[in-house]
Write a new protein. Sequence first.
Lengths: 253, 253
Amino acid sequence: MKAAQPIGILGGMGPQAGIDLASKLVAHTRATKDQDHIPSFLYGDPSIPDRTQFLFGHTTVNPAHHMVEGVQKLYALGVKVVGVACNTAHSPGIFDEFKSQLRSRCPDLTIIHLIEETVAGIQSQYPHIKNVGVLGTEGTLRFKLYDNLLVKAGLNPIQPRHQDALTPAIFDPKTGIKACSSPVHGAAVQGLVDAIEDVVAQGAEVVILGCTELPLAVPSPTHNLIPLLDPAVFLARALIQAAAPDRLLPWRV
Amino acid sequence: MKAAQPIGILGGMGPQAGIDLASKLVAHTRATKDQDHIPSFLYGDPSIPDRTQFLFGHTTVNPAHHMVEGVQKLYALGVKVVGVACNTAHSPGIFDEFKSQLRSRCPDLTIIHLIEETVAGIQSQYPHIKNVGVLGTEGTLRFKLYDNLLVKAGLNPIQPRHQDALTPAIFDPKTGIKACSSPVHGAAVQGLVDAIEDVVAQGAEVVILGCTELPLAVPSPTHNLIPLLDPAVFLARALIQAAAPDRLLPWRV
């Protein structure tokens, strides 16, 4: 096998999300010994301000600036392909600024887009599906990160009618997944299950777990036979495809 | 809380070991939101040659040289405290050379020693225990990485009498944990359980899972009530203690 370009992961949003993405890179790489793997750098950067807070105008500090600084550190190490392990950070208000600043500072850097890869992955792996449940932070849902791209792809996005349970499942300082992830608190699991059943009751045939914390709470790939899709899987596969396509394992759920 | 120094992890030996250590850093850090965590850089470096092969003289390339290059990359990013996520790499033939080269190149870098921290952790957390089972790669066992430090601490190391099952559990290109870690193959789990029962039959009161792949195969903290000790936990806690002692959570199994 030829030498692979190092893959960069901007993590820390939350801390387990980048780690989870790094783990999926390994799981989807064809390798029988340590030396077959693709070099990678994971930066767990806690200095990046909360993305949801910015989108709702509670702060004027665009997290994009901190994200650019983090990626520049990875770029200085030779990283030429990078993924950001956070759904909310992919909202246009943040991600467009991030990409624009990086285009001039790191001109030959390939930035893989989590949401675009997820929608493309649904189209190729679930070609007969029309109705797609979308869960995520308030920012992801309100700003329709998935919805807009799903509609453009001819799919029908379905958000939960009752979002009250999902925000504390992610953010509650005692029981939320960001505060308490190993193991996840029962209250957070219940909040997520309620939201899944909400979109399924509205007709969802697959459900996107569109916040990097959510798959930590429901590790099973299905709920009552409905596929639960982890966007990090699609991102990991796209990163491998960009860095070392000959090492990408075949798709498996 | 005051700003924390970034923690560096040299990973890739195998690929999941560094990821697992990063995850333990998060789990042992006092935090209620993303921004409370400690900045960290994980380098998954597959270019580091096999440590066991070197120790047995099958190659003359000391992995220490590659390890030094990797740590220098992390140091250039501002890392001042680093851990190496590999047991075998801590054998004196490799680690002494690694430390010696780093001392001149990165003079203010603190290198936390996985084996020393594990022995110190046993002394403080299990003060009444005398007999300590030690599992690991052939290199770790033959070169007595844990045994020598355990004896120095007044403890009695016990190695498995039959090591035939442990090497394939780690290295087999089809069923070994390095090739197949999510999920681990049943044959690898059985090989490890056999080795645990071997040292317990000889009187071990706790068992060190002294290869970073092994805890992936037995996630439970005990086997028939005998504590299984994951050295990565002791390393993670020592790294937090060095970088941001006010954020170290109390000990829990």
